[in-house]
Ligand binder design. Structure first.
Ligand code: NDP
Length: 433
């Protein structure tokens, strides 16, 4: 804590992993001798830079850019870029730290990193977004490369932003290096299913958790927070698997629709028109908009937080349990606080932590890198099958590891230990570097 003052989200993420891996270090003294814990908590490289850009009125703005290259024992640094006013070092480090273990869990050869900026894209014109992305990449490009560091999207960074970022990378380097960014549009080297992958993957993970308890999505009420990339495709797949998605939200409030959320309408409002969720009820009479309240008050059996960190505290978790929630799949990163997670554990709720449940996005990014490296493009069906197989594999790994370490059904401990061991073994093999 004293080494990283004020970085509360990073402290929270590290504490959660260390709580789990104590069991492993006891059994493996070689990790202790090589100071793996101390090394794994220290990013290999942290980059902070100035991003200056001009808005449509001619005013100059200065933002701060970050890239945390956390761990490359398993492969090039891999992890998204987040554009949101709340971004600072502590958020990027927590996301980068989680990413290391998440990427290890996928079984694919990718290290962990994360980046972003405190830039707020809300209400900005297309030209302003492009100006910002170009300025951001003009500094970041020197640190990237398909064998070095490969960013993707995250909150506030979708295929439009990735297009502008890739365009500027290509212009500066004079290299059509498709594998340097993932989440690209299909028109220039993107993979089928990458846009949908995090949400689809989270739904597949919950399907596996339910199956492990002899249950299915069929007829279950599902509540999803957020209405961005992860939320939209979580809703789409949960519905396809038989769930009834009754509510979703944005940072202003939530919509509840007992007839089932019209996902195409949410997508039209949020992704195409870049509007606010409140507009949903003007076009869909069965919907009701509730401003300034948390979506977790809507009763459901399956909760899928897909907006941001720390959105389910002990209070919201207790309310969910009281209302009959039996499964939680984290589409977002660290949306549940440690107190919230404890409430779910005590109540026997099946709890899929983000680093397992939302790993489908980065896994499909790795599939995009494979396609780019072989100058190939796989079909949508084949890519989705690969994604589902990967999610089934992650579920199995977490489940089996939790059993092995005497905490059956504890996916958090299972995910932390399985991810940690994979990275720790690679670090040991690579020597003191
Ligand atoms: P988007 O920007 O597409 O959507 C974010 C959604 O969450 C929006 O509806 C937004 O509402 C809401 N939201 C964001 N911040 C807050 C906040 N502070 N309070 C309340 N609501 C908020 O982001 P993504 O869907 O890509 O990401 C969502 C989460 O999933 C993040 O935690 C991200 O790290 C995680 N994730 C994303 C992956 C990806 O592939 N995109 C991969 C793995 C994890 P509003 O529009 O009002 O801002």
């Amino acid at each position: 804590v004293s080494r990283n003052p004020g970085e509360v989200e990073f402290h929270q993420a590290v504490r959660e992993v260390l709580d789990s891996v104590g069991r492993v270090v006891g059994k493996h003294p070689e990790y202790g001798r090589a100071k793996i814990i101390e090394r794994i908590c220290e990013p290999e490289r942290q980059i902070t830079f100035r991003v200056s850009w001009m808005d449509d009125r001619g005013d100059v703005h200065i933002n701060r850019g970050f890239r945390i290259e956390f761990n490359s024992a398993l492969g090039p640094y891999k992890g998204g870029l987040r554009f949101h006013p709340s971004v600072y070092q502590g958020i990027v480090k927590f996301l980068g730290f989680e990413q290391v273990f998440k990427n290890a869990l996928t079984g694919l050869p990718i290290g962990g990193g994360k980046g972003g900026s405190d830039f707020d894209p809300k209400g900005r014109s297309d030209r302003e977004i492009m100006a910002f992305c170009q300025s951001f990449m003009t500094e970041l490009y020197r640190h990237l490369g398909e064998y070095t560091d490969v960013p993707a999207g995250d909150t506030g960074v979708g295929s439009r932003e990735l297009g502008y970022l890739f365009g500027q990378y290509k212009r500066i380097t004079n290299r059509y290096e498709s594998g340097v960014l993932t989440g690209k549009a299909e028109a220039f080297g993107g993979s089928h299913i990458r846009t949908e992958a995090t949400g689809y993957g989270a739904a597949f993970f919950v399907k596996e958790m339910l199956a492990a308890r002899g249950q299915t999505f069929d007829g279950k009420r599902v509540v999803v927070s957020g209405s961005g990339n992860v939320a939209i495709y979580t809703m789409e797949k949960a519905r396809e698997l038989g769930g009834i998605v009754v509510a979703c939200s944005d940072s202003d409030g939530y919509v509840v629709d007992d007839a089932g959320i019209d996902v195409a309408l949410v997508q039209q409002i949020k992704e195409v028109e870049r509007g606010r969720l409140a507009e949903y009820v003007q076009r869909r009479p069965s919907g009701r908009y509730v401003p300034k309240r948390q979506v977790w008050e809507v009763p459901c059996e399956v909760a899928m937080p897909s907006a941001t960190q720390n959105e389910i505290t002990g209070k919201e978790a207790a309310l969910l349990v009281r209302n009959g929630c039996i499964a939680v799949g984290e589409g977002a990163n660290m949306p549940t606080t440690p107190e919230g997670a404890q409430v779910f554990r005590d109540a026997g709720v099946a709890f899929g932590p983000g680093k397992a449940a939302n790993a489908g996005g980065v896994a499909t990014s790795a599939l995009e890198m494979q396609q780019n490296a072989s100058r190939d493009s796989w079909s949508r069906e084949f890519t989705e099958r690969r994604l589902e197989q990967i999610m089934v594999g992650i579920h199995e790994r977490c489940y089996a590891t939790a059993e092995e370490y005497g905490v059956p059904g504890d996916y958090t401990t299972g995910a932390n230990i399985a991810g940690f061991k994979k990275v720790a073994d690679a670090m040991l093999a690579l020597g003191l570097v």
